[in-house]
Every structure is written in C-alpha cells, then in structure tokens.
Design a protein around this ligand. Sequence first.
Ligand code: DOR
Ligand code: ZN
Length: 332
Amino acid sequence: MQLQLTSPLDMHLHLRENSMLQNVAPLSSKTFSGALIMPNTLPPITTKEMLLAYKKEILEATKEDNFTPYMTLFFSSSYDYNFLKSLKDDLLAIKLYPAGITTNSEGGVAEFNIEQLRPTLEAMSALDIPLCIHGESSGFVMDREAEFIPIYKELASAFPNLKIIMEHITTAAATKALLEHKNLYATITLHHLYTTLDDLAGGMLQPHLFCKPIAKRPEDREALLNLALNAHPKVMFGSDSAPHPKSAKEAPGCAAGVFTAPIALQALAELFEKYNKLDNLQTFVSDNAQKIYKITPPKKEVVLVKKEFRVPKSYGDVVPFLANQTLRWSIQ
Ligand code: DOR
Ligand code: ZN
C-alpha cells in the first residue's frame, strides 16, 4: 500500500542556527517542499539583513533538496509601513510572541494594548502580511491558551482584513474561537494530536514531550483531531518541531520543544489511517496552507509506503518524538 503526498508543507518550524541548523534543516527539506521558519533565533530576526542572511544559511543547508524556506520576522510594534513594504517580497508572515512566554521570546510584546500595536498591524493588513501568534497568557500553565482567546478575538475584530494564525492550538476553546472569526486560522502540531498532559506527566516525567503550549486534556485533543482529520479549511499542519540538544532536555530546567520534523509525515499517515481519514492528509499537510497563505510551493512528490519504520533514538544530539518506537509507514 502506498500514499502519495504532493508538496507537503510545515507551516511552523524551528531550525535554529549554525551546527543545529546543519543537523536539522536537511531532515525537513528531505520530506517537505517548504516550511514557515520561526524567527526566535538568538538574537531574533528583526532586520532585513538578518532575515536575508538567515534565509541564505537555510538554503545552503538544504541545497540538496527543492525546498522553500518561507521566512518570518519577529514582531515588534516599532515596524512601520515603509519598513514592512521593503521586506514584503522576502517574508511570508510576522510572528508575535508575548514577552518571555517561550524559548528566546524575551523581546516579545509585554502588553497587549491595541492602540500601541495598531500602526504595525494596520501596515501588515494593508500589505497583506499575515500575523502568526503564540497565543498564551502568563497565567496558570493549563489556562494560558484559554486566557489568550479574548486577545485573539479583539485583534480579529479590530483588524478584519488581517489574517491571524493561531499557532499550535491545544484546546477545544481555541477550536471554537477559530470558527467564530473569518480572519482567524490555525496550525496544529503532530504532538498535540498524539498526546495529552497525561503522556507528559501522568507517569514518569517525559522531558521530550515537554513543550509550550503544554498538551492539555483528552477532550481538547479530541477537538484538535476533529479539525485536523477532517482537514477543516481553517487549519493546516505546523509541526512546531523545536530541536534542543539532549543535554538541554534531560536536565533540571528542561527546555520546551518537541522535535518531530523527520518523522512527522510517517506519524501523520499512521494517525490518519487509524481514523480512516487518509484521504484528507494531502489537504491537511499542503492544500489548506497553500490557500491560506496564497503560496505555490515547489512541486515535490513524497511517497509513503506501508513498511515498518523504527524511529531513531536520536538525530545527532537531538532526541525525536516517538524515539525508538515503530511506526507503520515509511518514506520510500
Ligand atoms: O515548546 C516550544 N518550543 N514552544 C515554542 O513556542 C518555542 C519552541 C522553541 O523554540 O524551542
Ligand atoms: Zn514554535
């Protein structure tokens, strides 16, 4: 049995820099035709020069493959219309982080004051640059996404022509808000479709499942599955694959991030097959993103075959999601 996917896209990917990028970028470019590259590098991507240099570094590392890195800028309310216009052809979206909410986000937005954000958001809206948001408050960890929903709604109403992507949604509440505003869209990760808080912390603590936002309750996972498996047109695959060295994960003070990129398509095939929804996988991993972002990625045919695949214990010094487990699908 075979499954052919045309131009799979990962619309939320962390590639880091330097040696980590050299290790992980080819693992994405091998099976994906393009990816939306997150800007929370050290320091974050905030200028045209940084963005172009980062893009070049990625293209160099992935030159064996036909792969498009769709670039993002780290949101700042200091960006004005002229600056954004000068960058319009070099980026696909801008990523907003609340200050300090996750890895390398200290320079993010400290206070959600619409009037203060207005000039930049109006410029983005006029230039048709989507806004990707890590939507979490700084409240109790299980409530952070739900507490951010009023901000999503306020932004969606205040800027009706701005496309807003709710990144890596994890709750039933977020799936509901998504459907209530026509300019809200969302990415869903592999690990949030597979796990709940129980998998992370219900038995022995599993550092390689620790990420932000944290996986939630079974009913939340069900709500995500319902959208993803049916390839709802407002959702698309974004792995949020976020590599950290093993030493930073298996440590007191475990870094947040699940590394899924090299096994994502195989694991998605397994999941969609389990629910009898394989026919919807193409739409979830590519077609929806092409429509939402208005992009035409390089043509790449990826064939999955029904052959067991033992997930490696590590890729370099990074431990992947489902390490050492056997999946039912392999990349041909
Ligand atoms: O778990 C996470 N890791 N969530 C994020 O939002 C960022 C990411 C990272 O960059 O490590
Ligand atoms: Zn992320």
